[in-house]
Design a protein around this ligand. Structure first.
Ligand SMILES: Nc1nc2c(c(=O)[nH]1)N[C@@H](CN(C=O)c1ccc(C(=O)N[C@@H](CCC(=O)O)C(=O)O)cc1)CN2
Ligand code: MG
Length: 285
């Protein structure tokens, strides 16, 4: 990697965000307010989801928040899951609710997310929160795109006036990422992994965000020299290693900043979840 390219270190930034959250939680509790509480709902036994849920619960403890874990079998009915969400909506000790994704195929994810009280939707996936982001008004913001914006700011990268290309249009990353970049006055193009002539689009990007889940989709020679590259993809290879959607070695020969996988965007997702939970608690008091 040439010295011109710098690695955007998500682990270090996430540690900073977590210490800031811990200090705010301590001040809040010292002032007599309730301990922020996060309810984490896991349906089924997906191994990656189990790991993420464990990390979220440990992160809550580390910053002095309370976590309530609800593990449901893969065969739980949608009605039972919706009833649990209603209970959590009504529980004053619960300030944040998250349902770990993906859900089993027999459950309608939109119906489930739509049932979470918007003020407790710390993932920021409820249509009301996505609508707030689209309208540019305050609300709970999806954690991964929020973490990406923090990473850009930490590198001193101002999206205003730049051409940003977002590859992947999921509700949890690509779409809200495009809205974040629009709000920051970037010119935003949203592409899919199937977009015709993807290399041609990617070559124009001053800021490139990739969230497709296709390992190594983006080749290094597609990167515009000096571009800032945020790689959201995380895939575990057969040999156990984690890899991103961008070919790191060759991309870092051209980029000015690039996130690694692991250690880039991923840790920021959990740090921003803690921050959202604290914000939800503050707004409820
Ligand atoms: N309800 C939600 N479900 C899912 C979300 C989400 O934000 N809310 N995002 C992903 C999974 N995810 C959090 O849930 C997540 C993914 C990865 C990481 C992370 O820190 N990755 C590390 C590597 C971890 C490892 O060793 O496996 C890294 O990139 O360095 C955190 C959170 C889908 N579901
Ligand atoms: Mg489904």
């Amino acid at each position: 990697m040439p010295s011109a390219c710098q690695v955007l270190d998500g682990r270090t930034l996430a540690t900073q965000v977590r210490s800031e959250v811990a200090a705010r939680v301590a001040r809040r509790c010292a002032a007599g307010a309730s301990v922020p509480g996060l309810a984490v709902v896991l349906v089924g036994e997906d191994p990656a989801s189990q790991v993420y849920v464990r990390h979220k619960i440990a992160a809550c403890e580390q910053v002095g928040m309370r976590s309530l874990s609800h593990r449901l079998s893969a065969g739980v009915s949608e009605t039972e899951l919706l009833m649990l969400i209603e209970q959590l909506n009504a529980d004053p000790a619960v300030h944040g609710i998250l349902v770990q994704l993906p859900l089993p195929a027999h459950i309608d994810v939109r119906r489930v997310i739509g049932r979470i009280a918007p003020g407790k939707d710390v993932d920021g996936f409820h249509p009301e929160n996505l609508g707030r982001l689209a309208a540019g008004v305050p609300g709970l913001r999806p954690c991964t795109p929020k973490g990406c914006m923090r990473l850009l700011a930490s590198a001193g990268v101002d999206p205003c006036g730049k051409l940003a290309v977002v590859v992947g249009a999921s509700t949890i990353v690509g779409r809200p990422m495009a809205l974040e970049l629009l709000k920051a006055e970037a010119t935003v193009l949203v592409a899919h992994k199937q977009t015709c002539d993807l290399p041609q689009l990617v070559r124009q990007a001053d800021i490139l965000v990739v969230a497709t889940g296709v390992p190594g989709l983006i080749r290094g020679d597609w990167i515009k020299p000096g571009a800032v590259v945020l790689d959201v993809g995380i895939t575990r290879l057969a040999d156990g290693r984690l890899t991103g959607d961008v070919q790191f070695e060759t991309a870092s020969a051209r980029a000015s900043w690039i996130t690694p996988v692991p250690g880039g965007v991923g840790p920021m997702t959990i740090a921003c979840l803690l921050e959202n939970t604290l914000e939800a608690a503050e707004a409820s008091a």
